[in-house]
Every structure is written in C-alpha cells, then in structure tokens.
Design a protein around this ligand. Structure first.
Ligand SMILES: [Zn+2]
Length: 639
C-alpha cells in the first residue's frame, strides 16, 4: 500500500448535485421517501407492518428518566429476535432487535438531504427525534432501546444475535452526518458517549467480543476521523482482529465447545486478514469489508488491504450479478459459491449492493481501481435504483433477475422474490438505506490527493475540492456525454474512469491511460468533453453460470435491461433475441428483433424444430421494472 496515493472523498457540503437524472432521485427521496418513512417510524401508515421504532425510544426515555430518579423499573425478557403484541408485554420493547437503526438511518438520510437542500421544517422534525433519542441514553452512555426497556443487566450479553453494536454503528454514522450537515453536536455527543462506553468495555484486557452484524468498525472510524480520538480507531481495529480468533468468543461466552465450525454467516470463520473470499450474510460481509478497508488505510495494514483486494476481486469476478446484485441465496441472505447466480432464486438484497458501494469508495480511497468503480456503478444504476418504485412509495428488499408472480405466491423458495414492491417492511433495513445512499450520492463521485483529482462516477454537479473547482455537466445516463470544467488552484492531474461497458470513447484533450483511468495534466481553467460510446449490446455471462447458458442480457451504458410481461406477453421464456438484432431506442426502452416460440402444452413429445414467429422484443431498464402492477420479468433471454 502506498500512502502517497491515498485519496479522500469530497465532503457532501462541498458538492451540489445538478444532474437531472440524479436530481430526480434525490428529490424523490426528499419529497417522498423521507416524509413517508417518518410516518412509518411513527406507525402511521395504514396497511404497513408496524415499526415500533419511535415508540421504543419513548419507552426507553421513560425508563432512563425513572432510573435517574432511582426508581425501580420492570424487567422483561430480552431473548427474542422479534417482539410483537403476541409475545411481549405491552410496556416492553417491540419490533426487531435492530429497530433503533431505522431511526438512525432516517436521521442520516435527513442529514444528507439537508446538505443538498436546506429545509427548516424537516430539520425541526429531526431535532425533535434527536431529543427523544438522547433522552433515552443511560448515564453511563449506553443507548440501545431493547436492553434499556427490557433488561439493563443483560447489556452486551448476546453480541452474536442482538445487534447492539450494529445499532451503535448506525447511531454514529447518523451523528457524524448530522453534525457535518447542520453543525449541531447533540447526537454526535451522544454517539461519542456510547462509543466511549464501548471502548472501555471491549479490548485486550476487557471483553474480547465483536458484533454479530458488522458496521461498528466503519462507524468507529468515522468518529475517529471527526474527533481524532485514537481509542475509536483502536477499537475498530480490535473488533476486526478479534473476529474469527479461536476459541470463538461466541462459544466461550456461552460455555459451549465449538462443535460445528460454522461462523461463515457473520464472517467469523477465520480472522478477516486471512479471508480471501466473500462469504456469509452479504450485508454483514460488505459492512465488514468496508471497515477493514478503513482500518487498513489508517493503520497502514498491508495484510488487511490484501484481504480486501482479494475479496473485492472474488465478488466482482465470481459472485456479482450483472445488475450489481450480491448475496445470491436467500438461505442466510448470503453469498453462495463461485458462479452460483440463479436468476429466479436470487436474493440480491438492496442493502448488500449499497454496502458494496460503501466498500468500493473506501477501496478507491486507497488506490484507484477502475474494476471496483465500474462494479459500484453497476450496482448503483441497477440493483440500488431498482430498490425504489418510480413514485418513491414502495421498495424491493430482494432483487431477482427473473420473476414469475405465480411462483412468488405459491413456491416458498421464491417468496422473497416479490412481483411488486412493498410499502414498508417490519424488517425495514432497505428503504432507509436507499434513502441515505441516494441523498449522499455526491460522496461517491470523486476522490483526491495532493496532486490528483479522480472522477469515479459521472454525476452532474458543482464541487469545491482542495485542488480545484469543478463543474460537471452530464448526460451520461442518457447518452454517455460529459463536459468537465475544471479550474485548478495549482498544476494538477485529473484522472477520469473509463467505464467498462464502452468499446470506444473520445476526449478532446491529450491523455495517458493507466489502470482504466485517463490522466490529464491541468494547469489552467480547462473544459474537457468526453463521450463514452453507448450502443446497446448483447452481454454473455460466463458459461459456468448454469442458468444463463444459451442466453444473453442486454446493456446500454451502465443500464441492464429486462423484458416485462406488460410489453411482451406472458411466458417470457418463449422469447429468443436475434443475434444480429439492430436495436431501436424508444424513449427509455429498447426494441430488439427476435422470435417467439409457439406455446406447446404437451409435456413431452418427440423433438422437432420449434415453430416461431418474428416479434419485436421491448426491453426496459431493469431498475424501472415492476412499476406497472404484478407481471413476469426476465433479464436474461435466449439467443
Ligand atoms: Zn436491507
């Protein structure tokens, strides 16, 4: 690892997004998703699963108040993964053990949104929620409503399953974002008090445990970056180095022998620095890998970085869907084995692709890597955007590449593959995660070091960086064209990523290509125009992916396309796309030449050439599917 090549992302308050494509998404989040989620957190959405999240904070606040006065407070069991009216006392904690995190993710999204667009009414609402959150904090800094309400004596007793360190991580991320957006320290102070308690509780001569669901690692690094308190970085490093050590902490604490060495689910099967393949629960995985990259960079840890590089390569080359989805199996919401990428059973959780983008940004801060930036783009324009409906009011949790509504309804193995987006989930990790990523999209565009400014994602914006003022006018999503106006403060290098999907590109200035980036010397105000060829293409998948043998997908620029029943009728498996097809653009859609096989209801018959008719196949961007009611969808089509 060469520290002189380290770079940093540009802070959100230095970037103003102007890109029409992305502005429409950030505005949807601001005007629809954030207000909707506010109502959902307060359990005011008819027909949606109850969240209980705000209710829990109100209960915890009362408990904290009573404890301060020295009153006796009741104890309820803290022994379940999810609590509702059927299994919990009305005054006890309700919802999933990680319910607090939804409030924090909402606050984080609000913070980013306020950086983009000040909104005093929204800020007031957030301030009130922050007051409520802080009023629930115990005097020693502890802040997790499950244990505050139900049993203070059992805090940190089940790190493997009960998500206190996970909720802490989201609290810290929200707190840093809110401080950076508004300058207000109240939530940051609360997060630091909880972080101090965690640093005093975990470590070499203390509890040698680590969270079952990672995130505390990267969150502690964020707190370190903002406070300079080395304990935070040390504890993040401790959590990473302790994970996977034998005997397993989770076994030791439960007084059991390791019978079945199956800790892959939370990436604790071996020490992270010895991990070279992405395994286990996909969201946990990418959150851990993000923390590993953060710590590797700040501690100059080559071993840890080398593990990150191998894991990133494994994901990109063997475990990522063409849509940027990761975690192909619903069994444990997890990474599966290499080249196991089934289309209809795909899990591909929205949060996992979001987490991959977090990981990618951290890797790009260590060194530029066009393959990683391109994979982040793949995730962003396809699986992440597909997570949200066109009206911002419903969401996908899983993002399969092939859906048959009847199968989703009748086959329990495919129940996760919803044929239509859901309003809200009891386990609502994805919608607020989407809101926070889309509102902070500017953070993923650039990184810079003392002499080079890198453009990783082409999103129209105005930005003030340490080295330059930059203005990007982008119609990249539409036609692959970008105009970059750069005014350097000194002589600098500009490096722009060449997208992996373009066969050719043109730039109107001399450049040198290195590792997938075009490098330019910039010494005065310069306008650079780049055009990346954006012809629709047939894309072949490795023939080691069994489901895709004999099929192709269609891409245009960063977008993957799919066929929907609404345009092509039922039984999409009968379609065959012509290998010589010319594509015609029809608005956002593509029209391809193809054939449709005649339906044959006899289950078995002697083989004969199929009867086919010529058809035009209409394809739409994958992220737009499922906006016209329940219907079949398929990304891969026979060729
Ligand atoms: Zn999720």
């Amino acid at each position: 690892m060469k520290s002189q090549s380290f770079s940093k992302h540009i802070e959100l308050n230095k970037i103003k997004i102007t890109d029409p494509f992305w502005l429409s998404k950030t505005e949807l989040v601001r005007k629809e998703v954030i207000p909707y989620q506010y109502e959902a957190l307060h359990d005011r959405i008819d027909g949606a699963d109850k969240s209980y999240a705000i209710e829990n904070f109100a209960k915890a606040s009362k408990t904290a108040e009573a404890l301060k006065k020295g009153e006796t407070v009741p104890v309820y069991p803290a022994d379940k993964w999810c609590y509702d009216d059927n299994n919990a006392h009305p005054d006890a904690f309700h919802g999933w053990v990680f319910q607090d995190s939804d409030v924090y993710k909402w606050l984080e999204a609000v913070a980013y949104s306020l950086s983009n667009q000040p909104d005093s009414e929204l800020e007031e609402k957030a301030d009130k929620i922050i007051d409520l959150v802080c009023s629930a904090q115990l005097e020693n800094g502890y802040l997790d409503t499950l244990y505050i309400i139900n049993n203070r004596d059992e805090v940190f007793s089940n790190l493997q399953d009960y998500h206190e360190l996970y909720c802490f991580g989201h609290l810290a991320e929200a707190a840093v974002a809110y401080y950076e957006a508004t300058g207000k320290r109240k939530l940051l102070n609360a997060a630091c008090r909880f972080a101090d308690l965690i640093c005093n509780t975990f470590g070499e001569d203390k509890i040698k445990g680590y969270g079952g669901h990672e995130i505390a690692e990267m969150a502690l690094v964020k707190l370190f970056d903002i406070t300079d308190k080395t304990e935070y970085l040390k504890t993040a490093e401790f959590f990473i180095n302790e994970r996977g050590k034998k005997p397993y902490y989770y076994d030791v604490v439960r007084g059991r022998k390791t019978v079945n060495d199956n800790y892959h689910y939370n990436q604790a099967h071996c020490e992270p620095r010895n991990q070279h393949e992405a395994v286990g629960h996909a969201v946990r995985g990418v959150y851990l890998y993000s923390g590993m990259a953060d710590v590797a960079k700040r501690c100059g840890d080559d071993g840890l970085y080398s593990a990150c590089k191998n894991i990133a390569e494994n994901i990109i080359n063997k475990k990522m869907y063409i849509t940027g989805g990761i975690g192909s199996t619903a069994d444990g919401e997890a990474f599966s084995f290499d080249y196991d990428l089934p289309n209809d059973l795909a899990y591909a959780e929205t949060c996992a692709s979001i987490g991959f983008i977090f990981f990618a940004r951290r890797m790009l801060e260590i060194e530029p890597n066009a393959a990683i930036a391109s994979a982040a783009e793949r995730a962003l324009y396809n699986t992440v955007l597909s997570g949200m409906a066109a009206d911002g009011k419903s969401f996908f949790y899983a993002n399969p590449l092939e859906v048959l509504p009847e199968a989703s309804h009748k086959d329990s193995r495919k129940r996760h593959a919803k044929p239509i987006r859901q309003k809200w989930f009891g386990c609502a990790c994805c919608p607020p995660n989407l809101a926070r990523l889309i509102s902070s999209i500017g953070e993923y565009c650039f990184t810079e070091n003392s002499d080079t400014l890198f453009i990783h994602q082409y999103i129209g914006c105005k930005a003030q960086t340490e080295n330059a003022q930059i203005k990007i006018i982008s119609s990249y999503a539409e036609n692959g064209k970008v105009e970059i106006e750069i005014t350097p403060r000194k002589k600098i290098i500009l490096a722009i990523r060449i997208p992996d999907w373009c066969n050719s590109f043109s730039v109107d200035l001399p450049y040198v290509i290195k590792n997938g980036y075009a490098y330019f010397e910039i010494s005065k105000k310069t306008i650079l125009r780049a055009e990346f060829e954006m012809k629709p293409k047939l894309i072949k998948c490795s023939n080691l992916v069994r489901e895709n043998a004999g099929k192709v997908a269609v891409m245009r620029g960063p977008f993957v396309y799919c066929a929907e029943e609404a345009d092509n009728g039922k039984n999409l498996q009968l379609l065959r796309i012509s290998k010589n097809t010319a594509f015609v653009c029809d608005g956002n859609a593509l029209i391809a030449d193809g054939f449709r096989e005649k339906e044959d209801s006899s289950l078995y018959s002697e083989w004969s050439e199929a009867e086919e008719t010529d058809v035009k196949i209409k394809l739409i961007p994958y992220y737009q599917w499922g906006n016209r009611g329940e219907n079949e969808m398929s990304v891969y089509i026979r060729i």
